[in-house]
Design a binder for this molecule. Sequence first.
Ligand code: GLU
Length: 312
Amino acid sequence: MFGRFAPTPSSDFHIGNLRTALVAWLAARSSGRGFLVRIEDLDLARLPDADAIIGRQVGDLADLGLVHDQPVVRQSERTELYERSLSRIQDLVYECFCSRKDVAQATRAPHGTTPRYPGTCRDLSPAEKRHLRQSRQPCLRINAASAMAPITDLARGQYVGEVDDFVVRRADGVFAYNFAVVVDDAHQNVDQVVRGDDLLESSPRQAWLAAQLGLRVPVYLHVPLVLAPDGTRLAKRDQTVSLTRLRQAGISTQDVLSHLACSLSLAEESELVDLNTLVERFDPQRLPRQPWLTDPLSWAPHGTAQSRNKYE
Ligand code: GLU
């Protein structure tokens, strides 16, 4: 069986991505699993620089020593598999004509949380559907009947969430992340899913869908995010502080590994570590539960006490 890291090729990796990748690799290796890398490029494959970003992402993982055991898979090449899987649950799926705005208004979701779909289109008559199809292309949602689904997180234990009628295929025909990820994990023999804890809320949906498709439900490990010192999300910042940029600032890949290990309570400050030692020390229950606030450009290289001027 396998663990995996499944990045989106929207930009070069920032330190949060690298940290999650390290945890995914350690979780897989320390539990005797193989390790896979899957590129989640469902709606990004057509972007002109996707190939270059993927090349750099895969290169960063190799530089850190996070070796994968099978060729890298791209979701954009697996539409047929998703079609076949969707046909198995046709009777649970319905057409939805609501726009994002409709859903947001109907739920009056507080800012920042995912609106839960209130089921507006669940019981449309054939005549209503015919009428709506004239002006709008529908997406496909799955009827989850507000199921409550539990998941097992290796750090937190059990987490239960409500499953709303989430989108499985978008109106433009692209399969939704929540659908593709479930099909891929099962078909790639992944039974351990490690990712950022911003996706914790999605996990009960995915576990529930796996059960509907008759697929194995994986165990999860959600890793707290890395934030900038002012608490903002790294992904939302203008310029990614990538491994390449850190190297230019005099911070080696070994330094990065040591800082990451220290942030995960797997090493002492200034300790030089290697991956084999980290595999031995890894214990998901001892991972920090809070976000890590840091500015990588201010890190000192390991073995030195002085702090670097980031503009050097
Ligand atoms: N592609 C998602 C991301 O880059 C991760 C999804 C997953 O691991 O299930 O945040």
